[in-house]
Design a protein around this ligand. Structure first.
Ligand SMILES: [Zn+2]
Length: 208
């Protein structure tokens, strides 16, 4: 009976949160651009994603629609000037609504060095602290990340902030000028808070 109980507990997974499917255009041309990018930067001639890492971001802007429009445009990114345009798999809005823009089996350009192996989650907002202290947004973000962690068997230590990208064991960048490129969103100390909350949520789910 105890063994049966243990089995039940180990099989409990985080529930899927409500996700609004709002895809950006990602047809054959953009897929071919992604495969070419992946070949240049990772030595992988493919746009297929098998995720082992989740990278958390914030948009540094104030609306879902401006972020969605920027990702949909598929224009060379202003900082590095390459195609395909930048994107993220998910955007979590301030009201706690979760949007999926790109399927999780397709690579998206959100983190130099990790696009070949990671899911990108954007949050509408201008700082880590703002999102951590927005109850609806952080609840939705943690629910989404917990579900993805369970679904893809991702380790909590591989749920990282963009600013932690260079120290990920999965970081890989063949194009030398970009080898140390990263951004400052989601700092290590704030991600420690995030991972602590995530662990607590996953433990609570496992004990249901
Ligand atoms: Zn970022």
């Amino acid at each position: 009976m105890l063994a049966a109980l243990a089995l039940t507990i180990s099989l409990a997974v985080a529930p899927k949160p409500h996700i609004i499917w709002k895809p950006i255009p990602y047809g054959p041309t953009r897929k071919a651009e992604m495969a070419a990018y992946s070949k240049k930067h990772y030595g992988i001639d493919s746009w297929h994603l098998h995720p082992k890492v989740i990278v958390e971001h914030y948009t540094a802007s104030n609306s879902f629609s401006s972020a969605w429009n920027a990702f949909a445009a598929n224009t060379p990114d202003p900082e590095l000037g390459e195609l395909p345009g930048t994107c993220a798999h998910f955007i979590v809005d301030r009201n706690g609504k979760i949007y999926e823009l790109v399927p999780t089996d397709v690579m998206c350009r959100h983190t130099v060095g990790l696009n070949y192996i990671s899911i990108g989650i954007e949050h509408v907002g201008t700082s880590d602290a703002e999102i951590l202290h927005d109850p609806a947004q952080i609840r939705a973000s943690l629910a989404l990340t917990a579900w993805l962690v369970d679904r893809f068997h991702i380790r909590i230590r591989n749920v990282i902030g963009h600013s932690e990208s260079l120290s990920s064991p999965y970081h890989r960048e063949r194009y030398k000028p970009w080898a140390h490129q990263t951004h400052s969103d989601w700092k290590h100390a704030d991600m420690d808070v995030y991972r602590r909350k995530l662990r607590a949520l996953l433990n609570a789910d496992a004990q249901r």
